[in-house]
Design a protein. Structure first.
Length: 248
């Protein structure tokens, strides 16, 4: 290829996911793993794939991913999470793109997600296109604690070939992450001057359920769709309830 790719991954205790992820991206020119104090076999598995490993205390999702981009060797960056997997079709697409004379500065990639082991076809997850492939000369991740994203100055395009996302395999894992993410999300909102009440937290939670389960057709995702809508709604309620506590 005319251009080379650095794959960047941030990890912490991902021994159950990381091998599948690394197997799918091992063809890239460099795999850089930024690990934040893993206590399991994550580092050992990454070393077996020949990854370049950097140890860095956790700074939040945005800052840690931005740091990983700065440590990469090449300008073209593919950012992937440990619980994701690149499909062979996506690999072929990226190779073709970098052979073009004028590729875009960044690419939104279609992501298909699994929840409780089931592919979610509706629930709003069917329109998931995170920006994961970009030239760092044109941008990098923002500094948000959660729900981080890449900011790009330049032309952007879409890739329909899929990135697979294996989210919560169990209800317990979803609830555990909800507790962590809602704390970070509430803190972020509070620092941005947002405030909430108990009533607004309840209303926001109910609206989230109606949106995912009815308006976004989560009902068609069966039992997994119902659980996803319920727990997601609880997460919205919990985030704004925590914001209410901070405002007091």
């Amino acid at each position: 290829m005319k251009n080379k790719i650095s794959c960047v991954i941030v990890t912490k205790n991902e021994e159950h996911n990381i091998a599948r992820c690394l197997e799918s991206v091992k063809w890239m020119d460099e795999i850089l793993v930024v690990d934040s104090e893993s206590e399991d076999r994550t580092i050992e598995i990454c070393q077996s794939f020949g990854c370049k490993i950097s140890r860095q205390a956790w700074m939040g999702f945005g800052k840690t991913k931005a740091f990983a981009v700065t440590q990469a060797q090449h300008d073209w960056i593919f950012s992937i999470d440990a619980d994701e997997e690149m499909t062979p079709e996506l690999k072929d697409k990226l190779v073709r793109l970098l052979q073009e004379n004028e590729p875009a500065a960044g690419y939104y990639i279609r992501r298909r997600s699994f929840y409780l082991g089931h592919l979610i076809r509706f629930s709003g997850w069917n329109r998931d296109y995170p920006l994961r492939f970009f030239n760092r000369k044109s941008g990098n991740f923002n500094e948000k604690e959660v729900h981080e994203s890449v900011r790009i100055n330049g032309p952007k395009s879409y890739i329909e070939e899929c990135l697979l996302h294996y989210t919560y395999p169990t209800i317990e894992s979803h609830l555990q992450k909800i507790d962590r993410y809602t704390t970070l999300g509430a803190q972020q909102l509070f620092e941005n001057g947002k405030r909430a009440s108990v009533i607004s937290a309840i209303i926001r939670g109910k609206l989230k359920f109606l949106k995912m389960y009815i308006l976004q057709a989560g009902i068609l995702d069966g039992f997994a769709g119902l659980n996803l809508a319920l727990i997601s709604a609880f997460g919205v309620y919990l985030k704004y309830l925590k914001l209410w506590k901070l405002s007091r």
